[in-house]
Design a protein around this ligand. Structure first.
Ligand SMILES: *[C@@H]1O[C@H](CO)[C@@H](O)[C@H](O)[C@H]1NC(C)=O
Ligand SMILES: *[C@@H]1O[C@H](CO)[C@@H](O)[C@H](O)[C@H]1NC(C)=O
Ligand SMILES: *[C@@H]1O[C@H](CO)[C@@H](O)[C@H](O)[C@H]1NC(C)=O
Ligand SMILES: *[C@@H]1O[C@H](CO)[C@@H](O)[C@H](O)[C@H]1NC(C)=O
Length: 342
């Protein structure tokens, strides 16, 4: 309303209303500048800006103003206005994440996303951040290995390094992160096998996302101990052998995607976790028949296509509501929604 009305009032008034509007939208630019910013934080941020080559995106990082008013950062009013969040996205830099990020000791959340031309390595100085809970470096061309020392940042709760060009093995040390809830290393070029230590996460890991890498070998039996894990996303790798350890009736799994691997086990012996609603096992070498228990499940998605399954599809529950595409291209599955058994 204020916007449309000022066309109809005398010039001086319209200017006033414009100023009033601005004071509502940008209080910090009109009101006297507060000086919450901690000088050490300002120094670290200006050093980060310089290392990133003074990108336009950080033009609000003006040394003469309060750093708590800058874009891409948040100060925590509960801890003396120290910088608690640094979110850098959508810029282009020719270099690594500046090691000065380690000089923001109150950092809770550090994110670098969609950063063009970002290079490695991941800075060791991250280990100096005792409060870092959320580390996300994603959708960037970061081509380096995942350093062991990430397993020493004991405060980490969310570690998301998805959609980069990370290569080499997954460090076994990550299982030492005693507060980790979400580990997302998907869509990289990681090789080697899933560390056996991943069965001994001391935290209540609820999401393990390792999909679309080049992981090989068997899934460690130890992963059967992750009863609290709700989401297993391991699709699009070269995993072989058994995966039945992920199916624990008393486990909390609701989402299991193992599609596009080389897994080979007998599905008849599997007992589904009670709350499992999303299951994609397509494009593997899974044998046996579909357990009768499948008719008792509340499926949102089920895809068993492109395997070596045999026998009659159990009748009942939601199974016949799926299209043939969910069961097609098996060795000898039959019955609705596929064609009649011979
Ligand atoms: C980013 O990399 C591309 C190709 O590798 C190059 O053409 C471009 O100049 C680089 N941009 C910056 C800001 O360095
Ligand atoms: C976990 O931490 C302990 C104690 O620091 C260490 O001895 C062990 O090697 C670590 N485990 C892994 C897999 O790095
Ligand atoms: C299954 O879901 C119900 C309802 O959300 C929940 O109360 C129950 O604890 C879950 N069971 C397991 C094994 O996770
Ligand atoms: C099942 O998976 C196959 C192979 O990955 C895919 O082609 C098909 O579209 C999927 N079908 C459904 C119903 O999800």
């Amino acid at each position: 309303m204020a916007f449309s009305s000022f066309h109809f009032v005398p010039h001086s008034l319209s200017l006033l209303s414009l100023l009033f509007l601005f004071s509502l939208l940008l209080p910090s630019t009109i009101l006297p500048a507060s000086t919450h910013c901690h000088p050490d934080d300002k120094k670290a941020l200006l050093s980060i800006k310089k290392s990133l080559n003074n990108p336009n995106t950080l033009s609000s990082w003006n040394p003469t103003t309060d750093c708590c008013t800058w874009e891409h950062v948040t100060c925590d009013s509960n801890s003396n206005y120290r910088i608690m969040e640094l979110l850098i996205y959508d810029i282009s830099v020719n270099g690594p994440i500046p090691s000065a990020v380690g000089d923001l000791p109150y950092l809770d959340s550090l994110q670098f996303g969609w950063v063009k031309n970002l290079t490695g390595p991941i800075p060791y100085s991250l280990t100096k951040l005792p409060r870092l809970r959320f580390l996300r470096i994603n959708n960037s061309p970061l081509s380096t290995s995942i350093p062991d020392f990430l397993g020493h940042i004991q405060s980490l709760k969310y570690l998301e390094l998805d959609q980069n060009q990370l290569y080499g093995p997954i460090p076994a040390s990550l299982s030492n992160l005693s507060k980790l809830r979400d580990l997302d290393l998907s869509r990289n070029k990681l090789t080697g096998s899933i560390p056996v230590s991943f069965g001994s996460f001391t935290s209540n890991l609820y999401r393990l996302a390792l999909y679309e890498n080049q992981l090989s070998g068997e899934i460690p039996k130890s992963l059967g101990r992750l009863l609290d894990c709700e989401t297993f996303e391991l699709s699009g790798n070269k995993l072989v052998g058994d995966a039945s350890m992920l199916f624990k009736q008393n486990g909390k799994a609701t989402f299991i995607d193992l599609s596009n691997n080389l897994l080979d086990f007998d599905l008849s012996k599997v007992r589904f976790p009670k709350n499992l609603t999303y299951l994609d096992l397509s494009r593997n070498r899974i044998r046996g028949s579909i357990p009768k228990q499948a008719t008792k499940m509340k499926w949102k998605k089920l895809n068993l296509s492109y395997n070596q399954l045999c026998g009659k599809i159990p009748q009942g529950g939601q199974l016949q509501l799926f299209s043939a595409a969910s069961f097609a291209h098996n060795q000898c599955l039959c019955g609705p929604p596929l064609s009649k058994c011979k």
